[in-house]
Ligand binder design. Structure first.
Ligand SMILES: [Zn+2]
Ligand SMILES: [Zn+2]
Length: 415
């Protein structure tokens, strides 16, 4: 479920309600498009009672890590996956509630900023350990004796949500509900462990304009990358603002084609002596069909750049990666209202390389044992849009024949 965050429009100041994963928004009052520059791990606080945190007096903020996304596990002979949506306590030196339960979903969150009064407790365990705990809680553990060979977290959102607490001497109170919490061992305990707002946490809202030509970028909601409709560049939303990204598009004669975004990620795998697509076909033991053996082009992974359930994401990544010789890519350009938003960041798509390799491998014995120490080199991501034909029920990729049911892409979006 998406959390709701209150944000002021930088142009007119009107309050705008955004979903947690949103990067772009159009102000409903002044119609100006804005873009949120937010460091990795956006930070939010729960409201204390009915008031914004600025009006709650001095508080301590207890960190919870919220992760929503997919977890993939490669163990023994199989790749398994789960969707995870969890909020886990990140400060473990005091018995605070282990999770926030459903509270973040029921409340309007506020972004942490320099005006947020109070001090912040740090994470006392590594983010990876928190995610591993979430994976275990989701029931996704290696079965029986099978060893875990690889685990990947592909996030749709990863953020900090702070629980405000009020202190009176050694007593602590949950500032959201007013309920008592276990008392601290000494009155100075939280003061000593905490620190004030850090400048690196700051999120900025800026006008969504192409950094090259100044044209308004038509990002929607949670778009992570957008082509400029005017100058042929494309931009990815990063922690430091809009970063240029190279982009390409496939070939179609269908005027009604729908264009779905993928991350085409160049990568070599030294441990398996893979640097070309032909090498990849060899190590994954693919049957040599439709001229694939002839392809000596560099190896690319072709990973969905859109959010989709893990049970669809992974087979799509495998099929598109194995079809990479068919796409006839050319530099991207022009306008299209038929592009589906690229709402999965390239950094998340990169997390999918090992599971895609594992799921592509027809002979597990060759590839699986190497997974833990395998490294990818020369990694470079480009955004590509590939044409799909709408047959009413499915979208069918024109060159590879891959079908994606239309209803798995529906987030209330037009396509
Ligand atoms: Zn406005
Ligand atoms: Zn431009």
């Amino acid at each position: 479920m998406d959390l709701s965050v209150e944000q002021g429009c930088p142009q007119c100041g009107a309050p705008v309600s955004m979903a947690e994963a949103d990067r772009f928004f159009v102000c409903p009052f002044c119609r100006v498009s804005s873009f949120l520059v937010s460091p990795a791990g956006a930070r939010y606080v729960l409201p204390c009672g009915r008031n914004p945190p600025q009006e709650c007096g001095d508080l301590y903020f207890i960190p919870y890590l919220r992760f929503r996304g997919s977890i993939f596990l490669v163990s023994g002979r199989e790749v398994s996956h789960r969707i995870v949506d969890t909020t886990q306590l990140g400060f473990t030196s005091h018995p605070f509630p282990p999770t926030l339960g459903l509270r973040p979903q029921a409340m309007k969150l506020h972004r942490v900023d320099a005006q947020t009064p109070g001090r912040f407790l740090p994470l006392t365990i590594k983010m990876q350990s928190i995610l591993a705990r979430a994976a275990n809680l989701s029931g996704l553990a290696s079965r029986g004796q099978a060893t875990m060979l690889h685990r990947a977290f592909i996030g749709e959102s990863l953020s900090f949500i702070y629980l405000p607490v009020r202190q009176e001497e050694r007593k602590l109170f949950d500032a959201v509900t007013g309920n008592a919490l276990p008392p601290v061992p000494a009155a100075s305990f939280l003061q000593e462990k905490s620190r004030p707002f850090q400048p690196g946490w700051r999120a900025d809202v800026i006008a969504a304009l192409c950094p090259r030509c100044g044209w308004e970028l038509q990002g929607q909601g949670d778009s992570q990358a957008v082509p400029c409709p005017n100058c042929g560049t494309a931009w990815e939303a990063g922690g430091r603002g809009l970063q240029p990204v190279s982009w390409q598009q496939g070939e179609s004669r269908d005027e009604m084609a729908q264009w779905l975004p993928f991350w085409k990620i160049a990568a070599a795998i030294p441990e398996l002596a893979v640097s070309t697509f032909a090498d990849y076909l060899r190590v994954t033991r693919q049957p040599l069909l439709d001229g694939r053996s002839a392809t000596e082009g560099p190896m690319h992974f072709v990973i969905p750049a859109f959010k989709v359930r893990p049970g669809i994401f992974l087979p799509t990544a495998v099929r598109m990666t194995l079809s990479q010789h068919l796409f006839h890519l050319a530099p991207g350009g022009g306008r299209s209202s038929r592009r589906y938003p690229a709402n999965l960041a390239s950094s998340e798509a990169r997390q999918a390389l090992k599971v895609t390799l594992a799921a592509s491998s027809l002979d597990h014995k060759e590839v699986y044992p190497l997974l833990p120490r395998l490294r990818f080199t020369h990694v470079r991501a480009a955004l590509v849009y590939l044409p799909f034909h709408d047959d009413g029920h499915d979208l069918i990729q024109e060159q590879s024949g891959l079908a994606i049911a239309k209803n798995v892409l529906s987030w209330g979006r037009k396509l």
